[in-house]
Design a protein around this ligand. Sequence first.
Ligand code: ATP
Length: 518
Amino acid sequence: MKKLEILAGVAAGLVAFLALRGLNLFPWLLLAGLTYFLVTSRGQLGDIGRKKVGAVVSHRPQVTFEDVGGQRVAKRELMEALQFLKDYDRARRLGIRPLKGILLAGPPGTGKTLLAKAAANYTDSAFISASGSEFIEVYAGLGAQRVRGLFEKARKLARSERKTAAIIFIDEIEVLAGRRGAQVGHLEYDQTLNQLLVEMDGLKLDDDVRILMIGATNRPDLLDAAILRPGRFDRTVRVDLPDREGRCEILNLHLKNKPLSPEVSIDTLARETFGLSGAHLETLCNEAAILALRKGNEAISQDDLEEALDKILMGEKLEKLPSPEEIHRVAVHEAGHAVVSEALRPGSVAQVTVSPRGNALGFVRHAPKDDTYVYPRETIEEEICILIAGAGAEEMFFGSKSTTASNDFQRALDLAKRIVSYGMSPLGVVDRDTASPEVLAKATREILDRCHDRTASILKKHRMHIKEIAQALMKRESMPGDELRSLLQRDYPGRWRWRKLPSYRGKLTRKVEEAARG
Ligand code: ATP
């Protein structure tokens, strides 16, 4: 740096001196500028050309299929597809055309990379991995050059490890193999993809190194049809979010090296983590261990795991504390959600909390009995009732609603609209584009009204329970589902009188109607 500064100073002094002597410096300055540009740009281009693609895992990856929790179908499909690499001679005798590519498609964090590594281990292949984005450059021809380089590197690696097979894993393959002509500056993209197709077409059964491509993507819909045609990536393996059994297996895998308190129930945790990926579950186990460390405990407790789950679902606990009035309102709101949820789906609440996390001041964590994949109209209407119950409870106790409910209303409205769109309303199958907005709004309002009446009657029946739950929440922030259920069993003697709720129905209905119109 210093040298450069001195050089620049000397050059500036020289230029000034020569200019004073009346010398024409223009051609010299032009020459200097041109030389500078050529030197710097050559450096850059050279770097790009030299950039290597693909992280080499030169030893056999340590991951085995036993390290992948759940994903029974994906594992079976993959193992079957790998048989030709594993039992090459038999496959050859049977005249099996070897697979050149396998596509692993599914949401992020479900174990696609793990499966690819396990595949390399299972088949005793050399393993090389790269990401689709590593091939994309603005300079024409470089992507294609890198694809060629990657195949070459895989062959070399296998030979150096004395292996007869290599697996090339490309993550985010949709970046490299997206539909041709779709990208801006698409010529470079197209050349790169064309090169991949050429390399795959060139793979032969009698090559000294048999290469199998494994691509992973979250967006199979973006892939070019040419890549999916038989003879290229002709097997697609779905790697979905784990079901309950799968979550249990993944939790067991990630907790096996951690000390656990005797009361820890992995089964309960698996029930409460519907919709979470393997990566989420791994983070949950890690966060729980960090919490135990922070508390100075020797083992991870169920509370640590539950708290880690709250953190993953809702975000970090916030420092800011709402005022007692706000906490009271939030407690009543959450108690409303929890009570209606239990009334409609007994055993569904895992925990009610009023500690501020992420964007929420409180929340109810649900633990559905079983994973649900099909939603009949009744189930969606129950969901709407649970969503509007928070605002209903607030109105019952405070005579008004608050902004706490805005997100609930939006979601309730979306669900009601979905009932209409999916042909589950009395209108039957409708085309939203041609149906009159008034007819659609009326059908939506009828659903919301029906849900509202149902919610109001449940809330009314459990008014005293809501009050008690809210008081308990204000004292100690959260209440586990079991405690909530035993509290709901309590009978209140006749001396309790329901408060009159004259404006309750009207206000809530108007709000919902306004939202439906909007
Ligand atoms: P992405 O699509 O974002 O690239 P991915 O599907 O490739 O994600 P991985 O990288 O395989 O996901 O998983 C990330 C981490 O999550 C793994 O290192 C592992 O700790 C954990 N994990 C994910 N799925 C599983 C699983 N089925 N069994 C065990 N651990 C898992």
